[in-house]
Design a protein around this ligand. Sequence first.
Ligand code: ATP
Length: 603
Amino acid sequence: MTDLARWRDLVRLARGYRRPILGAAALSLLGTLLALTQPLLAREAVDGAAAGSLPWPVIGALTGLFAAQASALALARYVQAHTGEKMTRDLRRTVTVHLLRVRLSALDDGRIGDLIARACGDTAAVKTLIAQSLGTGVAGVAGLAAAIVLLGWLDPWLLAAVVVLFGGSFGALLAVVRRVRIASRAAQTAEGLLAADLERALGGIRVVRACRAERLEAERLDTSAGRAYLANLRMAGMVALSGPANDLAVSGAFLTVLLVGATRVSSGAMTLGELVAFTLAMTYLAAPVYEIFQAVSAVQQGSGALHRINEVLALPIERDRPVAVAPVRGATRRTVPVLEFRDVWFGYEPGRPVLRGVGFAVPARGQIALVGPSGAGKSTIFALAERFYEPDRGSVLLHGRNAAVTSYARHRAAVGLVEQDCPLLAGTLRENLLYGAGPVSAGELRRVLAMTGLTTMVAGLPDGLDTPVGDHGRRLSGGQRQRVAIARCLLSRPDLILLDEPTAHLDPDSELALAATLHEVSSVCALVVIAHRFSTVRSAGRVLVVDGGAVTADGGHDDLVRSSPFYRRLAFAGTGEAAPPNHPVPDSPATWAPLPAARRLSG
Ligand SMILES: Nc1ncnc2c1ncn2[C@@H]1O[C@H](COP(=O)(O)OP(=O)(O)OP(=O)(O)O)[C@@H](O)[C@H]1O
């Protein structure tokens, strides 16, 4: 990132806060100007005192100036801090809203912990950038110019000595600042990686415990923490070095001025009052120099954070491409397929297709089962049906129209999804059931709870529907979570429900009850069910066999027993029933076939 780009990013960010930033700069400048008038009055006061009479009006004016300067600077600092906080809040809002809309494909590779660190830590770092740079920097430059003019007017020879000393130290400081930027970027990256590792360990804490991998994870976190420690240490070293270097330059300059000034006073080239005025004015030179240094160093540190935030904001988001089309209503809605895949090709990575020309249509009513070996692409079909990903080729149609012309929100309101592991959100059972459902009457809620066999469970909970379900719904059993997820989906009244193996966690009785529920549901909307068990397949009127990313068979039970070896295995394996004589059951179940090599194991 070039210096120019860094400053451009900063200016773009500051644009919306022009008024408070300029206000703070004006107040800082006012403080500096008030300070710069003080040496002139001090000279009068000291020369008056040296002549034997204290000039009280001058001393009064000086005191007033001190108070006015302090008030202006205090107000400037408050306005800066306020602007910094506001900017952090706004940035956080922008980043979090963006993250919630980022395309899932962009998150597949991303490390969630790192994104959280960017949304929380880096946005806070930008606050320092604002608090320490913009207003202060502007006022610092103006103050420095005014102080130089005043010093030159008081004594050009002394000024020349000061400029040489300050100039040298300022040059050295700028070199340090450059290193601060590099160290700061490394520190922020290390912090992000640490957060990502922590999120990984805590997100999978049960796996970590069950695999007795606490030590392994602790070592991993320790390595990340060590990296962050070293990077932060390097930065702290740079910053620590720069402070005393600046102090040294200031002390050296003062000493020089006092020595040269004393000689000039004794030779009669300047009065004591002029020397005091010059020394006082010099303190106001040191302040702007330090402010400019602070501003440049804050820009170096904060621009790393800003860059990381900009990377988040550059992640592609789901953008609706609204097209003015009349809504599909009434009879058409019931006669056209609710969902259709037409020759859909899709891969998570370029050149590695997972779906290869998938085509099928889902009528507005009825139940379809999706079967196939593990890794065949069934969940991927669901992900595309829900528009988590867009096809590389071919099209997905909702109610006969290309899904791309519908907004994401409307599409997802029409297509409900219940995933296999049914994650719930931390909160109460009621919040989870009504999540995204819109207004639901008490009667409807009761009916859906009864349909999904949850009535008894809810009655047994200490606070009924208001019982908290815990993080990811962990206080509920797998089967309960699944039924809650199905109930939640039913309450949002979609036109199509996608269920990923709904009986995976159910006992035989609940399975029977759910089969009856699904049968009932399929009379009011369409249902597509990924089924690994034949019992789920049985209640579907039609079955699609997915293999190797394509639909290899499509039909009813009898057709598929004849035409699909995979279906025959599914239907007869473990039942003790013989496969039809002309269709022997292969030795090993297909679900045991090795998974295709891929970065992510299929769900
Ligand atoms: N987010 C992802 N990034 C990369 N590859 C993925 C991703 N999700 C799935 N895959 C790969 O895509 C292929 C199909 O996976 P998918 O989950 O659709 O299979 P599936 O038929 O649902 O399997 P299962 O029955 O085991 O759930 C697999 O090879 C899987 O590893």
